[in-house]
Design a binder for this molecule. Structure first.
Ligand code: SF4
Ligand code: SF4
Length: 437
């Protein structure tokens, strides 16, 4: 079965797999960060005291890599002030008090994709503020704008969902398979690609079958991949599906490919065919610290606290709340932070799941090298990083680390390899940027 080199097999723990997506309660208030995406913060286009409707633009992207931001409820702008988002970005947030009416801004329309040129598709995606919903949050209209000298022949829809616990993309593949395929056709048209693949891991056979049953285009295929983490990382996915390698420091488009996840495909479809901006997303709420795990369609800006209450609240012995999956997710310091476009899940872990982290010396077992999907030497990177011997460490290409955590997961000495490598990677990228200036 198709796959990539390296990787690990953490227990899947997909407890919410059979829970259909429920619409979350309309929040009474929302906090919407103007910086939820890669690149520059959106500029506010509303002021405190203004009344806004659901779907109305409140932040505009002014830079090349940036995304518009919309109100997810109807109500009054209480304030625009600094706040913290779950990705730890301290930036401007629009605080909105809802009036409970949920009145839609403008008109929803239904259109056929044949009506739009690639430029019009990109503009509609930009207007709707679509970013990658897998977590990285890269503005989608930028991704769909490859330079003229790069020919894109393939679009891959990432339905692998390799992080343990998360099931939001799985539920979309079961419940919104037609919409995912419509999104795929729109993305293909935007970049001029001929072939479309929907990549699904073999632990989700019903999702693969469901999508196969609604495939219409003969150039589109479902590819079933071996279940392995980090299958969903773009470079690993491209290797597994097409056997193409994305060179060091290059992008999927350098291999003729665009990758978007299943949720993003649905958001693209909704933006282009129905003029719906990105004001809500499906998230998985799960973990042993949660009373009732669910897949919920949540308005952007809803607090983690409100979402958790809707799932019966946290149990008493919660040790950690994480945004995203347990492998690459981020631990949170407060529940009073908002769901953003990149929030794929909220996980709560209990005290008995706390790992015993007694770091020891490296025993040179080589396990970290064996699992690294980027063929790096995590042991050497960790060693040089911990000793601050940066120039020596730079020779081991830390810039290629995708921070998947596979090396730390298998390390018997419990060395915090990802944190150490993240540090030296940051220094290397700094050096590379300076050299370019
Ligand atoms: S070095 Fe980076 S890419 Fe390799 S396993 Fe560790 S975290 Fe993943
Ligand atoms: S897995 Fe840990 S102990 Fe083994 S070589 Fe790598 S860093 Fe050393």
């Amino acid at each position: 079965m198709q796959t990539f080199r390296g990787g690990v097999h953490p227990p899947q723990s997909k407890y919410t797999k059979d829970k259909p997506v429920e619409k979350a309660r309309l929040p009474k208030k929302v906090v919407i960060p103007l910086h939820q995406h890669a690149g520059c913060q959106a500029e506010p286009v509303v002021s405190a005291g203004d009344m806004v409707k659901t779907g109305q633009k409140i932040g505009e992207s002014k830079a090349f890599i940036s995304a518009n931001v919309h109100s997810s409820i109807t109500g009054r702008i209480e304030s625009i002030k600094k706040g913290v988002s779950p990705i730890m970005r301290d930036g401007w947030c629009v605080n909105i008090e809802g009036d409970g009416t949920d009145e839609w801004f403008g008109s929803k329309e239904t259109a056929d994709v044949g009506k739009f040129s690639p430029e019009e598709i990109r503009q509609k995606i930009k207007d709707a503020g679509i970013v990658g919903l897998g977590g990285a949050g890269f503005p989608t209209h930028v991704k769909l704008c490859p330079p003229c000298d790069k020919k894109i022949d393939t679009v891959i829809i990432n339905g692998s969902e390799c992080e343990p616990y998360l099931t939001c993309d799985y539920r979309l593949m079961i419940e919104k398979s037609n919409e995912i395929l419509e999104g795929l056709e729109i993305i293909k048209k935007a970049v001029g690609a001929e072939y479309g693949y929907i990549a699904v891991e073999d632990n989700k056979p019903d999702a693969a079958e469901k999508i196969k049953s609604v495939l219409k285009n003969k150039n589109d295929k479902v590819i079933v991949l071996k279940t392995k983490y980090p299958q969903g990382a773009e470079k690993q996915l491209i290797k597994a599906v097409l056997n193409r390698e994305v060179p060091s420091c290059k992008l999927p488009l350098d291999a003729g490919v665009v990758v978007d996840n299943a949720g993003t495909a649905v958001a693209v479809r909704n933006a282009v065919l129905e003029n719906i901006p990105l004001i809500e997303r499906v998230i998985t709420v799960c973990g042993s610290g949660i009373s009732t795990g669910k897949n919920l369609l949540v308005r952007i800006g809803t607090s983690f606290r409100d979402v958790l209450e809707e799932c019966g609240g946290l149990k008493k012995d919660v040790w950690k709340v994480i945004m995203g999956g347990p492998m690459m997710g981020l631990s949170q310091f407060s529940l009073d932070i908002p769901v953003i476009k990149g929030t794929s899940g909220i996980l709560a872990m209990t005290l008995d799941e706390r790992p015993v982290l007694q770091e020891r010396n490296c025993i040179r077992c080589g396990r970290c090298i064996g699992v690294c999907p980027m063929s790096l030497m995590p042991n050497m990177l960790g060693l040089y990083s911990s000793r601050f011997m940066l120039e020596d460490g730079f020779k081991y290409n830390p810039q290629d680390c995708i921070e998947c955590g596979s090396c730390a997961y298998v390390c018997p000495a419990k060395i915090p390899l990802v944190q150490l490598i993240r540090f030296i990677k940051g220094k290397k990228l700094e050096q590379m940027r300076k050299c370019k200036i």
